[in-house]
Design a protein around this ligand. Structure first.
Ligand SMILES: NC(=O)C1=CN([C@@H]2O[C@H](COP(=O)(O)OP(=O)(O)OC[C@H]3O[C@@H](n4cnc5c(N)ncnc54)[C@H](OP(=O)(O)O)[C@@H]3O)[C@@H](O)[C@H]2O)C=CC1
Ligand SMILES: [Cu+2]
Length: 399
């Protein structure tokens, strides 16, 4: 039926031929409610509708918010939405959860999904979801969806941001939300009871958690080797022979340092595997748990490898640009000598400045190449894009 194919799945309000009634095909699926009409609510509503759910949105001001949603979505008052929905997403900031208390009778016995994020990492005390559960003791609270940004919801499940971490004290409520996740194309991950909700709320707040140690390690090694090379190639000739080769600092010394760092980092990729083998031989079984430090080391080998690769790539770029730099420097010195007007200090300064410019250019190139590398699909699998959801913490001014 070509007519059916041509019709878009989700129509915006006011488009010709639109009907305000829910599609017949959706009428057998449960009604999902969303409280709030913000960015998250809008993206979620679209995704739910395109997954075949009937959606009702509760707003303090339905008239004003109606046009923000596709026409299949019913936008109504908070009380009306709460009484219609079988399952309610609370897409309202946690500081406003208490304003929903008057809906308690209508929400009793229903599932509430708390999608809110924490404001600070590692704060103790009850999580947002636990506070919500205290406010609505007659409802089943499920924590989840906070690791998915409104943007990711709108684009649909892709890459590693497909995972949705869920926890609840009611296994029935949790499994119904899991089913909903699967129908929307996401992969639910069961995190157990509601006491895990603080952990889930903290997830988007920690930036690139598995990259911290490898990056610190790279920096530490770089500083160590750089200092050694500086002492050996720059300071020692100056002190012993009075030879000033400080111009080597931004490029040549860096270039000698990089491969050393790359090699040590590469060794650090393979070393934990050997340690693990020794550990198993030592304990005579492969069923013993590895010590914690080894476990953590084993899990960030990929990041160690990528850092090593970055250093090696930078070293290649530096090495390629060295002949270029040398010829420019030679020309500059020649020009100065021909003009017979430059004093040594001026020449030194000019050479220095040029070295710095070239160095900055190379660094920028290196960073660009790193970006290019991390966007390669094969590497993309090793980067957990869920860690990029910090974008969701940036709030757009509403209305
Ligand atoms: N944006 C994102 O990418 C993500 C957001 N989240 C979470 O989702 C929740 C909503 O986020 P977001 O949609 O971005 O927020 P917005 O500020 O865009 O929307 C919040 C909505 O809450 C409703 N609301 C209900 N009661 C109140 C009240 N008393 N004061 C103010 N607003 C109220 C408003 O709708 P109305 O005026 O119609 O009643 C408003 O549109 C937050 O808890 C956030 O942590 C989680 C993951 C990602
Ligand atoms: Cu080399």
């Amino acid at each position: 039926m070509p007519d059916d194919m041509a019709r878009p799945l989700i129509r915006d309000r006011g488009e010709a031929g639109g009907s305000r009634h829910l599609e017949a095909s959706m009428s057998d699926s449960p009604v999902i409610g969303i409280m709030g009409t913000g960015d998250f609510s809008r993206s979620l509503a679209r995704r739910l509708v395109s997954s075949g759910y009937q959606v009702v949105v509760g707003s303090r001001n339905p008239k004003r918010s109606e046009d923000l949603f596709p026409e299949e979505v019913e936008v109504t008052s908070q009380v009306e939405a709460a009484s219609q929905a079988a399952l309610m997403f609370v897409a309202v900031f946690p500081e406003h959860h208490s304003t929903l208390l008057e809906l308690k009778p209508s929400l009793a016995g229903k599932t509430l999904v708390d999608v809110s994020n924490g404001l600070r990492i590692n704060h103790d005390g009850p999580s947002n979801a636990e506070q919500l559960a205290d406010m609505f003791p007659d409802s089943d609270v499920v924590k989840g969806f906070n690791t998915i940004s409104a943007w990711a919801l709108q684009r649909g499940p892709r890459d590693a941001s497909r995972q949705i971490f869920l926890c609840s004290n009611s296994s029935k409520a949790k499994s119904s939300v899991m089913q909903l996740c699967r129908r929307m194309g996401f992969v639910p991950v069961d995190m157990g009871l509601l006491s895990s909700s603080l952990e889930i709320e903290n997830l988007p707040l920690s930036l690139f958690p598995s990259w911290r140690i490898p990056i610190l390690c790279t920096l530490f090694l770089f500083i160590l080797f750089y200092l050694y090379n500086f002492l050996r190639d720059v300071l020692q000739p100056y002190v012993t022979a009075g030879k000033s080769v400080f111009y080597k600092m931004p490029i040549e010394t860096v270039n000698v340092t990089l491969p050393s760092v790359a090699l040590v980092m590469l060794a650090l990729v393979y070393l934990p595997g050997l340690c693990a083998a020794f550990f198993q031989l030592w304990s005579g079984t492969k069923y013993n748990r590895f010590p914690n430090w080894l476990d953590r080391w084993l899990t960030c080998r990929k990041q160690f490898g990528l850092c090593s690769f970055l250093c090696a790539a930078l070293h290649a770029i530096y090495s390629l640009s060295l002949p270029m730099r040398k010829s420019t420097r030679f020309k500059l010195l020649l020009a100065v000598r021909q003009m017979k007007e430059g004093d040594e200090v001026w020449v030194e300064e000019e050479v220095w400045r040029m070295e710095l410019y070239v160095s900055a250019g190379i660094m920028a190139l290196g960073l660009l190449s790193l970006l290019a590398v991390t966007s390669l699909p094969s590497v993309a699998n090793s980067v957990n894009w869920r860690e990029f959801t910090f974008i969701q913490l940036i709030r757009w001014p509403s209305d």
